[in-house]
Design a protein around this ligand. Structure first.
Ligand code: S3P
Length: 447
């Protein structure tokens, strides 16, 4: 079972101009999917650029526990799969640590196998809602051995006779969409997910790459995604591009620290993931996509960011799914802009690794910003800078930690986060990479 490590506070200090060209680690969403689809394929999958962070390593351990092989060989991760429906019951509970994505995608896998599996996670993951995934999977035939229970730990019983469904997503969630589509691979017939707002489409893209039949149709304002069941996936080569959600912290630091000029190479620019970069441009940020190209079925670019004077903007609710993980850092950036930045449609932020709406607002307020939450909206009144000097409660949330450690590089006083250990769940190289560019951090004495 997951053990929690001792919290490690960290502070960030006002830094000299950040300069350089760097790469960020592989995209987290694509990394989870590459391991899972590799395990469901026949033959060998070779993954380069896999994110080697705690969340993804937990998914690798889970696929091994389910009977696939997944190990690093030289520069690549090699997965030998067991085919759709060919995995076997693990000897122990699967521990997903902090990862909602690993857990929810794997629920779709378990649903399609006649086996009983216990899934568990850390304190943050054990508070997160699972009903959104379990409800459609139960319609397809999954059983929960603790009926009515909706949070981890949970014991689930799958079946080789899943029923295909048409499922209209009640929340804009790529994790829920993906869990249903993955279960649909095992069902007898076609399974359709209908989304009102487009969410990240890596599952659809990668399933096609592995040979599944996936149809995407636009019907009015909705998108219908249909997967053909009893699918046969074949092992493939996958290259994982740089994670735009990790690159966001480097981009933010370069915008905020005067005189900075940073290029982040090989970043995923899938349209379902670049809402933050679009918003930064609207705020007056000098953010350019260079050398746009396609790598392994996903669009990629080098992102150049130079320090800029920013103005407040309104970020529409429709944009939320394409930048859902970037609101904490955008809110921090907004404190340095001139005028109000209003971010609407943030209901989903409340059910991330922490209640990010509250955690972000509290962290900003503790550092002297004027901020308010109105329903599902966050309004930051920027006045060209941030005082700093406060301590931020991170609530086991890597992105809250990184957002405030970034803001502290440009604030008047250092910003302290109460715990930096969770950064390892998505971006273990965060501090080292930022330091390469010139960022300054310190372990606060006596904490
Ligand atoms: C993810 C989807 C998003 C995102 C998460 C990764 C994915 O979650 O916040 O970090 O890989 O599908 P939701 O689907 O719950 O919005």
């Amino acid at each position: 079972m997951h053990t929690t490590s001792t919290p490690k506070p960290l502070s960030s200090l006002r830094s000299a101009p950040l300069k350089g060209k760097v790469r960020v680690p592989g995209d987290k969403s694509i990394s989870h999917r590459a391991l899972i689809f590799g395990a469901l394929a026949t033959g060998t999958t070779r993954i380069t650029g896999l994110l080697e962070a705690e969340d993804v390593i937990n998914t690798a351990r889970a696929v091994v526990a389910l009977g696939a092989m997944a190990e690093k060989q030289g520069d690549a991760w090699v997965v030998k799969g067991r085919s759709v429906g060919g995995l076997s019951a693990p000897a122990q509970a699967l521990d997903f640590g902090n990862s909602g994505t690993g857990t929810r995608l794997m629920m779709g896998v378990v649903a399609g196998h006649p086996m009983t599996v216990t899934m568990a996670g850390d304190a943050s993951l054990s508070r997160r809602p699972m009903r959104r995934v379990l409800a459609p999977l139960i319609d397809m035939g999954l059983e929960i051995l603790e009926p009515g229970k909706e949070t981890l730990p949970l014991t689930l019983k799958g079946t080789s006779e899943l029923i295909p469904i048409v499922y209209v997503l009640p929340v804009p969630s790529a994790q829920v969409k993906s869990a249903v589509l993955i279960a649909g691979l095992h069902a007898a017939g076609e399974t359709t997910v209908v989304e009102h707002e487009p969410t990240r489409d890596h599952t659809e893209r990668m399933l096609r790459h592995f040979g599944a039949t996936v149809r995407t149709e636009t019907k009015g304002a909705d998108t219908h995604i249909t997967v053909r069941g009893h699918a046969e996936l074949t092992g493939k080569d996958v290259h994982v591009p740089g994670d735009p959600s990790s690159a966001a912290f480097l981009a933010a630091a370069a915008l905020l620290v005067p005189g900075s000029d940073v290029t982040i190479e090989g970043v995923l620019i899938n349209p379902t993931r670049v809402g933050l970069y679009m918003t930064l441009q609207e705020m007056g940020g000098d953010v350019t996509f260079l050398n746009e190209r396609e790598e392994g079925g996903e669009p990629v670019a080098d992102i150049r960011v130079r320090a800029s004077r920013l103005k407040g903007v309104r970020v529409p609710a429709e944009r939320a799914p394409s930048m859902i993980d970037e609101y904490p850092v955008l809110a921090a950036i907004s404190a340095f802009a001139e005028g109000d930045t209003r971010m609407d449609g943030l209901a989903e932020l409340k059910v991330k690794e922490s209640d990010r709406l509250q955690a972000t607002a509290a962290g900003l307020a503790a550092n002297g910003a004027t901020v308010r939450v109105e329903g599902d909206s966050l309004i930051v009144s920027g006045n060209g800078g941030l005082k700093g000097g406060g301590v931020v409660a991170t609530h086991l949330d890597h992105r809250i930690a990184m957002a405030f450690l970034t803001a502290g590089l440009a604030s008047e006083q250092p910003i302290v986060v109460d715990d930096s250990t969770m950064i390892a769940t998505s971006f273990p190289e965060f501090r080292e990479l930022m330091e390469t560019l010139g960022a300054k951090y310190d372990e606060p004495a006596g904490r």
